[in-house]
Design a protein around this ligand. Structure first.
Ligand code: NAD
Length: 418
């Protein structure tokens, strides 16, 4: 099976056929601008010292400062970080926000560390690369395994090293430390907006029911749970299945979203039949939202998928091989760089507020995210129809064209981007 990194390269290669990208610019885009690789020493609670492997990959900044989350995960590796950084470049470009793409990671299981050890690791990450980041240079955020508390520690460490406040260097901070209302639900809510827009604009070869549209969510974590909650905004949609890493629940008549949201880590109290994650993937539903990790649907299990639409809320949950197979089965895959871009758009609005010294309401932030994502969804669907290509290739091609345009302009004006 190919890796997530190899699959991202294959998706880009095919999208390039639809986009108009000069060869020299493509060659430059295929490599990240900078790869920082380092070890973070942490004094453990038992007195020993442990070193954790860490990375920051700055992929491209033709459209603005590098932007991307930091992941704490036991299987994190450089190839994965490179693929995620590339996807960030595409995501920010597609959303039309003034950022480039980056990603960071530490190979660690944060759940196995004490709170003090996680704090030391988070501060250590910043001590290793603080000169490479900043509000106009590279703006990190949380990702899998990291949260607002970790980002608060990182922001605090950065300002200590810098010697003065630097709001807007990190996004995804807690509200008490300059975070934004609406940042937490942003990704899940954004996924809902994209899905709704796709349904409203209609699709050519999939007849969706006008009411009782059934939805299953794999991975009811941060993104999955806010997506599920957002479904309550549209009476056409009915949540029928949810899962987490331990397994899932299915209920034909609909899952009580409020009950599921009370404790997404323990689904045992939710009314419905217990199902495995494989069974969830095989459910015959209208929409399957994938909100866990990459490579959930691969060539091995794509044959059992019986849905009309897959919404990629996670990054890279459908492998390249599965994508080819699903396209033949006429399953519409709404790609990650559109479906989960509410997160980075929300981050952008946090950064704007920090720089302007303002604080907006959740309603205002979500309203702005909605406008950006409706626009991006319309563009992707329009392009897919015009060129008769999948939503994924339309999204990638549009994103690549915008970055390539900025790189070309910079090269012509002598600015150092290419
Ligand atoms: P999270 O850790 O809060 O949630 C992940 C969920 O997936 C958890 O419920 C976990 O139990 C579940 N899970 C793990 N393995 C599973 C499996 N094999 N089967 C079913 N469920 C499984 O993480 P998150 O922040 O919600 O992020 C989820 C995905 O969305 C990641 O790919 C992340 O990169 C992507 N994403 C997140 C954001 C954001 O704002 N948090 C933004 C863009 C993209």
């Amino acid at each position: 099976m190919s890796t997530f990194f190899e699959d991202t390269q294959k998706f880009v290669k095919e999208a390039v056929e639809a986009a108009h990208i000069p060869g020299d610019i493509l060659a430059k885009l295929e490599k990240p601008d900078k790869v920082l690789e380092f070890e973070i020493p942490v004094k453990m609670d038992d007195g020993s010292e442990k070193k954790f492997q860490a990375w920051r990959v700055q992929h491209n900044n033709a459209l603005g400062p590098y932007k991307g989350g930091i992941r704490f995960h036991p299987q994190a590796n450089l190839d994965e970080v490179k693929a995620l950084a590339f996807l960030m470049t595409l995501k920010t470009s597609l959303a039309g926000i003034p950022y480039g793409g980056a990603k960071g990671a530490v190979r660690v299981n944060p759940g196995a560390l004490s709170v003090r050890e996680v704090e030391e690791l988070s501060r250590g990450y910043v001590r290793a690369l603080w000169q490479e980041i900043g509000p106009d240079k590279d703006i990190p955020a949380p990702d899998v395994g990291t949260n607002a508390q970790i980002i608060d520690w990182m922001a605090d460490e950065y300002e200590k090293l810098l010697g003065h406040p630097a709001p807007g260097t990190f996004t995804g901070k807690s509200l008490a430390h300059g975070g934004s209302q609406g940042r937490e639900p942003a990704t899940g809510f954004g996924g809902f907006v994209v899905l709704r827009e796709f349904l409203n604009l209609g699709s050519t070869n999939y007849q969706l029911p006008t009411t009782g549209l059934t939805v299953a969510v794999q991975g009811i974590g941060n993104v999955g749970s806010f997506f599920a909650r957002s479904l309550l905004r549209d009476t056409r949609m009915k949540l029928v299945a949810v899962s987490n890493s331990k397994g899932g629940v299915y209920r034909e008549g609909g899952i009580n979203i409020g009950a599921a949201m009370k404790n997404p880590k323990d689904l045992s109290a939710i009314e419905g039949s217990r199902i495995t994650n494989e069974e969830l993937l095989g459910l015959s539903v209208d929409v399957l939202a994938l909100a866990a990790l990459e490579n959930s649907v691969t060539e091995q299990n794509a044959g059992s998928v019986e849905v009309g639409i897959i919404l990629e809320l996670a990054n890279g949950p459908v492998s390249y091989g599965a994508d080819v197979f699903l396209a033949q089965k006429k399953v519409h895959v709404v790609p990650d760089i559109l479906a989960n871009s509410g997160g980075v758009v929300g981050s952008y609005f946090e950064w704007v507020q920090n720089r302007a010294g303002e604080s907006w309401s959740e309603e205002e932030v979500l309203g702005k995210i909605e406008t950006v994502l409706e626009e991006a969804s319309k563009k992707v669907l329009g392009y897919a129809r015009e060129k008769n290509i999948s939503l994924r290739y339309a999204a990638y091609a549009l994103a690549l064209e915008r970055v390539a345009g900025a790189m070309k302009n910079a090269a012509q004006s002598g600015v150092e981007n290419i």
